[in-house]
Design a protein around this ligand. Structure first.
Ligand code: NAP
Length: 275
């Protein structure tokens, strides 16, 4: 596994993290695939994907329970657990209570990264950030981050913090949707905020046409698949790590083959203009 520095901290996180959206249900719990889910998360961790991303909203909380079950056989400091507070829980006391509930479901004393899932213009961000900061000072989370924040949201959030920094912004980024390249990616780079790219396989769309053949034509130069090319492309920037979700062991192997090599600049540029 390769690692990248988290924000301005002295912590390094794996370049490939494991995502848990639709693991344990969508917005309601689904217990039917718990055993397989725990197994695949444990396998991913053993293979080096020790960054696990979840959220209180995933599976109505059940994704966190699955993650908790999966990680209990590892040393606590061996895994990096990130979860998120939902946008309706951003009042000061609601943030504090939401993390308590998440910790209970995860079976942990603290998380490594606590993120605001989406901004909520109806709740003053100052209030939310003060609560997030308190959680770091109390040791309930090691770091705080945000998700789906634009530059204005980020600047505001940063201005409300006195003791800690925002270490990450989790945003949509893949070969098809490159919107963050205009402003968010450069802003995060300049401010030492790690970009955690979500949906890097465009939810599996890149293994369908017309994307698949085009990515494969580049992959042929390196003996790599469309998935591997797409992930390698996302991970080109030094302040980006990616979260991938899979329930399939073969897919996991394929995902791991996306790192440890890099495509030539001309191929990178070709993909940048491709879709
Ligand atoms: N902050 C946010 O608002 C936000 C939003 C969306 C996602 N996220 C996070 O980012 C994570 C990743 O995003 P995502 O789950 O939406 O999408 P994704 O990782 O881009 O794609 C997941 C889909 O790709 C398939 N897949 C994985 N590996 C594959 C392979 N080698 N070949 C073919 N298909 C493959 C998976 O199916 P199989 O299971 O069959 O492999 C799954 O259907 C989420 O799980 C979540 O943690 C955050």
């Amino acid at each position: 596994m390769e690692f990248r520095r988290l924000g301005k901290t002295d912590t390094y996180i794996p370049i490939l993290g494991f995502g848990t959206w639709e693991i344990g249900g969508r917005f309601e719990p689904d217990y039917s695939k718990d055993k397989e889910a725990v197994e695949i998360i444990r396998l991913a961790i053993k293979k080096g994907m020790k960054l696990i991303d979840t959220a209180e909203i995933y599976g109505g909380g059940h994704a966190e329970e699955i993650v908790g079950e999966a990680v209990k056989e590892f040393d606590r400091n061996e895994v990096f657990i990130a979860t998120k507070v939902w946008s309706s829980n951003l009042r000061y006391n609601d943030v504090l209570k939401a993390l308590e509930r998440s910790l209970k479901r995860l079976g942990l004393e603290y998380v490594d990264l606590y993120q605001i899932h989406w901004p909520n213009p109806g709740i003053p961000l100052r209030e939310t950030m003060k609560a997030m900061e308190k959680l770091v000072l109390e040791g309930k989370t090691r770091y705080i981050g945000v998700s789906n924040f634009n530059i204005k949201d980020l600047e505001d959030a940063m201005s409300y913090l006195s003791h800690v920094d925002i270490v990450s912004n989790q945003v949509l980024y893949n070969v098809i949707d490159k919107a963050i390249e205009d402003e968010i990616l450069p802003f995060c780079k300049k401010n030492n905020i790690t970009v955690i790219a979500y949906r890097p396989l465009a939810k599996g769309l890149i293994v369908r046409e017309p994307y698949k053949s085009k990515l494969e034509s580049i992959g042929m130069n390196y003996g790599r698949t469309a998935v591997q090319v797409a992930l390698n492309w996302v991970l080109r920037h030094e302040n980006v790590v990616a979260l991938v979700k899979t329930m399939d062991k073969q897919h996991l192997e394929e995902i791991l083959g996306s790192i440890g090599w890099s495509m030539r600049k001309e191929d990178y540029d070709k993909i940048s203009k491709m879709f």
